[in-house]
Design a protein around this ligand. Structure first.
Ligand code: 13P
Length: 253
């Protein structure tokens, strides 16, 4: 069975005090309300990682993630953050290939393959984002696009390494737009992704791969989305900035 995961992508939001408050609320509410088989991850801006990691402490089902890292381990790369630095702060997960990074920072499938490798080499777990833009969906090319994103950034991995990757399917047209993919659309793409993983790595690895849905996921639609057989959880943007909403989503299984 794939792990149930609800990950919050805070994006470039929250000041120091907001981050502290949000993270403490999430930790406390998780203790009281969220079943222990649900994994919660808070992916915060780099600058808050250390603070949030301290607040999370040794919680057994709340983890901390970064939203990106660089392809090199150290050196003269002003402004970048390396995977070993994240690891040294006890960070567990790293989001890679978010559509905002692909669009604004021109991250390619090839560069993302390098980032996936460096995150795994530093004993952290990638949350690898894939998804099509609206034009591609309208041209019915979503499978082709997502297929090549997985093929070019992930399918060079050994089965052992691949089994550490979390996949997040985020149709770009549903991100921050309030327009969620229908549960049928989400299930169809998740089943397609699991099918590709099965073809490449076999039934067992495919069944154990967590495939999260992202794009305007909120308390009011999470239950229907998470009820789809191939949707193992969510990557949550806007709603992860409100502890009540984030926790309610985590209680939607
Ligand atoms: P929203 O939930 O705000 O649509 O963002 C989704 C997302 O991009 C998560 O990574």
């Amino acid at each position: 069975m794939a792990k149930k995961i609800v990950a919050g992508n805070w994006k470039m939001n929250t000041l120091k005090e907001d981050a502290q408050k949000l993270a403490s609320e999430v930790v406390n509410m998780t203790k009281d309300e969220v079943p222990s088989d649900v994994t919660l991850i808070m992916c915060t801006p780099f600058i808050h990682l250390s603070q949030v990691k301290s607040l999370v402490g040794s919680s057994s089902n709340v983890f901390v993630g970064a939203q990106n890292c660089y392809t090199k381990t150290s050196g003269a790369y002003t402004g970048e953050t390396a995977a070993p630095m994240l690891k040294s702060y006890g960070i567990d997960y790293v989001i890679l290939g978010h559509s905002e990074r692909r669009e604004y920072f021109k991250e390619s499938n090839q560069e993302l393959a390098e980032k996936v490798d460096i995150v795994l080499a530093n004993d952290m777990l990638p949350i690898f984002c894939c998804g099509e833009v609206l034009d591609e969906r309208e041209a019915n090319k979503q499978e082709e696009i997502v297929g090549s994103q997985l093929e070019e950034s992930l399918f060079h991995l050994s089965a052992e390494d691949f089994s550490k990757v979390v996949i997040a399917y985020e149709p770009v047209w549903a991100i921050g737009t309030g327009k969620t993919a229908s549960s049928e659309q989400a299930q169809e793409m998740h089943a397609f992704i699991r099918g590709l993983v099965e073809k490449k790595y076999g039934t067992e690895v495919a069944a154990e791969t967590s495939i999260l849905y992202g794009g305007s996921c909120k308390p009011s639609n999470a239950e229907e989305l998470f009820a789809c057989p191939d949707v193992d959880g969510g990557l949550i943007g806007g709603a992860s900035l409100k502890s009540r909403d984030f926790i309610d989503i985590a209680k939607s299984y």
